[in-house]
Design a protein around this ligand. Structure first.
Ligand code: HEM
Length: 485
């Protein structure tokens, strides 16, 4: 019996290393073999394809979920394979190329508009819509983008935002102070949703806002879900929400078309009325898909930025003090009840640096995705056709070779700091540069102006751990006491 047991143990121990070797080699062989044997001798970037099916997901989760050190994922690869700025891997179910140097990130994202080598990598075209700016490519992308920029990013539009949003910020902050203790993430979400619905469709009544928020949550649930459309699944529910949103917006557009008196001063109206130089307008479907894109791109990202701003300012009182000094000096030049304007922000240097620093350190968009539609070469490495490309934006934002003591929240670092192209890539770059970059900055100017002068706040759990999935956030949602000054 003992002998049998020993033989069994010996066989198991003996088989274990070859089994591991086979499992570790399987993905490498499956995805990379053809490149090493190819007559044209194409070279894949360094890296490893991980285990069958899951690839390197465990290592990703180890860094992002268990050790809560997300940047180790890239540091480990730099240490092991060299600082090539490009690695091969298998993540989120696909063979993938990670780009993480400023040059490699720009190589993928900042290409001419007509170049469709790297197609957008959003997961659910049926939810976002096939006409969405985030889905279309080439000249069609350029066309849609022109309309969207006029609605969201033109100086006239940005100036109007100041008039529309400041009363909403004022009311919300007053309400937070009345509550006395708040969870900043929840309050910022509610405030931002109200803001975006006001800017998009001039919706402000509470039942309608609640209905829109329920629809939004359903949609967002579907974006992160498994692609299975059966009753009861998140995708199925999301598609129903998408239908509901379409019918609300189509009827809103119809009302505005049949009766000009129903026209409003909002993004929807700009998208409906804009005519290009050929007399061309956006179709209803194009408007719908792009309203969905603005909500998905703009809502949570703005709410996160506001939450992180409150968090960092509570942790760095000297920064808050300087911010306050600049904003008080602006307020003192104004009559009572005169609001901050688009013109004012041009002189708010320190506030601008605070905003840059919040968005850098919070890494609201950690990565963006593409799919290679043909083989492409970067620095002698092949990016194979059909593979996903994960543009790892956050890697450069926390790299000490570009930012001294990168994890410190230090707006003064921006004094005279000139970083090379691609290093500060919080909004991406090239033809798909975030069209809401100025909108979110303006919202932060308005928010910070009011909050730093009129209120004081203190974190309830200053040592709450920071989590990174599905996005970076303090685990307690940033609970705080919040009072009038
Ligand atoms: C701090 C806040 C924000 C961050 C960090 C952020 C980040 C980004 C990034 C990195 C991209 C590039 C995606 C790519 O290359 O594939 C992007 C695209 C986009 N963003 Fe933002 N964004 C923010 C706020 C907003 C806002 C307020 C809006 C609302 C208008 C918005 C709407 C969009 C849209 C529609 C796209 C797709 C653009 C295209 O494909 O041409 N974002 N954003």
């Amino acid at each position: 019996m003992d002998t049998l047991w020993l033989i069994g143990l010996a066989v198991t121990v003996g088989l274990f290393p070859p089994l591991i070797w086979v499992l570790r080699s399987f993905n490498e062989w499956k995805y990379c073999h053809q490149y090493s044997t190819s007559k044209t001798a194409r070279k894949l970037p360094p890296g490893h394809m991980g285990w069958p099916i899951i690839g390197e997901l465990l290592d990703f989760l180890w860094c992002f979920k268990f050790t809560l050190k997300p940047d180790d994922f890239i540091w480990k690869r730099r240490a092991k394979y060299g600082d090539t700025g490009i690695y091969r891997t298998h993540l989120f179910g696909s063979p993938s190329i990670i780009t993480c140097s400023p040059e490699a990130n720009r190589f993928v994202t900042a290409r001419a508009i007509e170049d469709d080598t790297f197609a957008p990598g959003w997961p659910s075209p049926e939810l976002i819509g096939v006409n969405s700016i985030a889905m279309v490519e080439g000249l069609q992308h350029k066309r849609i983008r022109r309309y969207l920029m006029e609605a969201v990013n033109s100086p006239e539009s940005l100036a109007r935002i100041f008039v529309k949003l400041q009363p909403l910020f004022k009311a919300a902050l007053k309400n937070w102070a009345l509550k006395g203790s708040i969870t900043a993430a929840d309050e910022a979400n509610q405030l931002t949703f109200h803001n975006i619905c006001t800017l998009l469709f001039s919706y402000s009544n509470a039942p309608l806002l609640e209905k829109m928020e329920r629809i939004y949550r359903g949609l967002r649930g579907g974006i992160r879900a498994q692609p299975i459309n059966l009753p009861g699944t998140a995708l199925h529910h999301a598609l129903k929400c998408r239908k509901e949103l379409s019918s609300i917006l189509l009827s809103e557009m119809h009302d505005r078309r049949v009766n000009k008196e129903n026209s409003k001063d909002d993004f929807l109206q700009v998208l409906m009325d804009s005519v290009d130089s050929n007399g061309d307008k956006l179709s209803e479907e194009e408007i719908l898909d792009n309203i969905v894109s603005i909500i998905l791109g703009g809502y949570a990202s703005t709410a996160n930025s506001i939450t992180w701003a409150l968090y960092y300012l509570a942790k760095y009182p000297a920064v808050l003090q300087k911010l306050k000094e600049e904003n008080v000096s602006i307020r003192l030049k104004k009559k009572e009840d005169e609001i901050l304007t688009y013109e004012d922000v041009k002189s708010m240097d320190y506030t601008s640096k605070v905003i840059d620093e919040v968005i850098r350190l919070a890494n609201i968009s950690a990565f963006v995705f593409r799919t290679a539609s043909k083989d492409e070469e970067f620095n002698g490495y092949t990016i194979p056709k059909g593979w996903k490309v994960i543009v790892w934006l956050r890697a450069n934002h926390v790299d000490p070779q570009y930012y001294h003591n990168p994890m410190e929240f230090n707006p003064d670092r921006w004094d005279g700091l000139i970083v090379k192209l691609g290093v500060y890539y919080v909004f991406g770059g090239g033809p798909r540069l975030c069209p809401g970059n100025n909108l979110v900055r303006m919202e932060l100017f308005m928010f910070l102006h009011q909050v730093c002068i009129d209120y004081k706040w203190e974190l309830s759990n200053p040592n709450a751990s920071i989590h990174f999935l599905p996005y970076s956030r303090a685990i307690d949602g940033v609970k705080m006491t919040f009072r009038d000054m």
